[in-house]
Design a protein around this ligand. Sequence first.
Ligand SMILES: [Zn+2]
Length: 424
Amino acid sequence: MRRDQRDPYATTLRATVTGVERDRDAVWVTLSDSLVYPTSGGQPHDRATMTHPGGRAEVVDAVLPAGAEATPDGAPSPVRHRIDGPPPREGDPVDLALDVERRRRHMERHSAQHLLSQALLRQDPAFTTEAVSLASADATIDVAGGPDDAQLRAALDLARSYARANLEVTPFEVDDADLAAYPLRRTPKVRGTVRLVRMGDVELAACGGTHVARTAEVLPLLARPAQRVKGGLVRLTFRAGRDATDLAQATLDDAHALARTFSAAPADLPDRVAGLRAEAKAAADAADAARRDWAAAAAHAGTDRLGVRRDASASSEADAKAHLEALRTAAAATAPAGLLRLAVASPERVHLLLTRGPDAPEVDLRPAFEAAMAQLGGRGGGPPHRVQGAAPAATLDTALDTALTTALDTVDAVLNGDRDDAPG
Ligand SMILES: [Zn+2]
């Protein structure tokens, strides 16, 4: 068994360089012995520093050559270490120092995954583990058999009880000819010497990864709401050990910080947020009602010839558009036969709308609108009966009246053309 599997709590090691290979830009180093875990079986590789007579390099990747899964105790390490930094020479002594925090987190995630996979099977033999991801703090298990939320929660609680029992975790090796004597959770893929891991009397599986010594190290164990993923699988996303503690503490800090803004306790937050939502809804409803009242009054005041409404100063672009729409609805009801020329100014822009009342003549409003936009430096458009756009508010005072008056007089001239041009 490799040293990283045999003694997962070792953090430093002195070894001798047995080979240095260059592969394009990468430098790969092999050693007489190693404590660096190589990526395999779903568990990501370790990181470490490698100090040698030529300087200090970082181990940034580690791989296991095919067929090297079973390494006898004391045999040279098969692990290939990719390094970043000055390379050692063959025969150099090196001191390896593991990135302990990274490794411990991998051990906790991976060991928790064993307990969860086992607990899922205890809920229902159909709840098999089809894939795992242990590369980030939010680790995942993709489960077959379609467990529902209650079944997942029951499995989570069972895995927690296994963890709290603080079961001893024991790796050992057997010959594949003897495997039948072991009730394994799943059939191993490797042949020859097979490494098994036992967790008390609840879990027994073939596994080459690194594990905690006792199951309580995976606590706390937290899970997020599950998601359905492709292949009909259900993805259980969990955090274990340090990763779970980090999340729980950060969430608690956030909850208290948020509660302070309400002068409340974290437990009161759901009620406070519900109250805020109700207040926001009431405020929005009141704003809608006020806008309708304003629009009705504005439209009524301009029944004869709806002029440009500059008295409506909206607080934002969205508010201006909402005012304009309310004004249009009210004006169309008040002057169904009229041409409606409406404008609402926001701090940044003036929003313009030319449209016809439902009973108004079918005149094409686009030429007038385009003339107005050209003079105002604005943009917009629409179908012949309804054109809308916006122009910079800065041009409003100097140009708006002139532009709209000129443009709309053109429309009036078209509409009244027959009568004005008629002789006598
Ligand atoms: Zn394992």
